[in-house]
Design a binder for this molecule. Structure first.
Ligand code: MF3
Ligand code: CO
Length: 252
């Protein structure tokens, strides 16, 4: 069952999303060679607390941290670590913010110092692919229209789209119906209606799409060791089109 949200509920999720967006903007300033993702995680906890919000991922299915921090070939769900980030790394910070029981979810990939052209291009195409998907999130379209737009955009540019991890509905729960794959045929899946709130969160790899999960039960890595990036927004479907609830006001 897809739980539709009223405009008032969407406003509450937007309030959570605003805090999350502000948090990402602060993270962007902090990321540098020598900084650890452990420190970023600590910063996030403190930042959310100051804003009266809580990190929903902490304690979710036994996950122990406020953020996921996925470096280079880590696709998603990496643990924050006390190991310093190095010049040339890319790192995705993903988090879910809870404000008064309503959630917002957003991941962002960051460059550490000077990165290779290959890494910079991956980030750019991954971010754009997310917006290509979001553009399709209009009343009357289907979930598959979002999925397909992302896959076509990514594959035309030589990247692969991760299959194992997908977007989702979100509200008072982190993972609600419907599922939002980032690949697949257009014109399939549930029809988009006013009041749906979804995440669009493509993970793109430089090499193949296959990922595996490490023995810690969480960390997902590319099978071929190639670089992986991810961008994620929480969006509301409205009669005026998709509204990004975690918008950082970045140019696009
Ligand atoms: N934020 C993730 C998502 O995009 C979920 C992270 S899994 C958790 O769906 F266990 F860390 F919460
Ligand atoms: Co997320």
């Amino acid at each position: 069952m897809i739980k539709m949200k009223t405009p008032e509920e969407i406003a509450k999720m937007k309030a959570a999303g605003d805090i999350l967006a502000d948090c990402h903007k602060e993270i962007a300033k902090l990321i540098a060679p020598g900084v650890t993702t452990w420190e970023i995680d600590q910063f996030v906890e403190k930042f959310l607390k100051e804003r009266g919000a809580t990190p929903e991922q902490k304690g979710y299915s036994g996950y122990e941290y406020a953020t996921c921090a996925s470096v280079n070939e880590v696709v998603c769900h990496g643990f924050p670590k006390k190991e310093p980030l190095k010049n040339g790394d890319i790192v995705t910070i993903d988090m879910v913010v809870n404000l008064d029981g309503w959630l917002a979810d957003s991941a962002w990939s960051y460059t550490v110092g000077e990165v290779s052209q290959k890494a910079a291009d991956l980030l750019e195409v991954t971010r754009q692919s997310m917006y290509e998907g979001i553009k399709q999130a209009v009343v009357g379209n289907r979930i598959g229209d979002i999925s397909h737009a992302i896959q076509v955009f990514a594959e035309e540019r030589g990247y692969s789209v991760v299959r194992q991890f997908i977007g989702h509905g979100i509200g008072k729960d982190m993972h609600e119906a419907p599922e939002v794959p980032h690949y697949g045929p257009a014109g399939r899946g549930p029809r988009l209606k006013e009041g749906m709130v979804l995440t669009v969160e493509p993970m793109l790899n430089v090499g193949g799409w296959e990922a595996y999960i490490e023995e810690d039960g969480w960390t997902a890595k590319t099978v071929d060791g190639s670089l992986s990036a991810q961008y994620e927004h929480t969006i509301a479907i409205t009669k005026d089109g998709p509204v990004i609830l975690t918008d950082q006001g970045e140019p696009r």
